[in-house]
Design a protein around this ligand. Structure first.
Ligand code: IDP
Length: 160
């Protein structure tokens, strides 16, 4: 009984999904939620976010040295996004598969059924985000769903 319970707990994973500003303004939220549920995910929580520059920079910190970083921050702050916590066995890998490759054009060529193929525009406006590891999922869920912590970070940035 103990072994069974332990295996069951380990099987369910959480990941951070997000419909980016191009997906929200393009009215793709309901279609994407349908694809999420049809693929067997449970939506454990959801929250609209209009990213501040400070939170956007924190969210994409690993890309801070990349040439596209300033444009990426501007894009992510350009309108509301919908953040979702998804639950399922293998949620992290399965959500990455469902969204498809970063570049929406490549997605259309190689993974035509993926969300980025259907709704993405290019390699920046690619409609959706997905955590790429368990560590990233934990960090991103904490950043976007623990309001106090985020408010504190934004305030610290504004005070600089
Ligand atoms: P991912 O979202 O597929 O994990 P990452 O390489 O982590 O891709 O990049 C994060 C986000 O930065 C992308 O989803 C996309 O919005 C943007 N991005 C990535 N590469 C480029 C690029 O070459 N040009 C413009 N934007 C990019």
């Amino acid at each position: 009984l103990h072994l069974y319970a332990a295996a069951d707990v380990n099987a369910v994973e959480r990941t951070l999904a997000m419909v980016k500003p191009d997906g929200v303004s393009g009215s793709h939220v309901e279609a994407i939620k349908t694809l999420i549920r049809d693929a067997g995910f449970t939506i454990a929580a959801e929250r609209y976010w209009h990213f501040s520059e400070a939170v956007a920079k924190e969210f994409y910190a690993e890309h801070s040295e990349r040439g596209f970083f300033p444009n990426l921050v501007e894009f992510i702050c350009s309108g509301p996004s919908l953040a979702l916590i998804l639950e399922k066995e293998h949620a992290i890998a399965d959500w990455r598969l469902l969204i498809g490759p970063t570049d929406s054009s490549r997605a259309r060529e190689e993974f035509p059924k993926s969300i980025r193929a259907k709704f993405g525009v290019d390699s920046q406006k690619n409609c959706v985000h997905g955590s790429d590891s368990r560590q990233a999922a934990i960090r991103e869920i904490a950043l976007l769903f623990e309001q106090d912590q985020t408010a504190k970070k934004s305030m610290q940035h504004d005070e600089l």
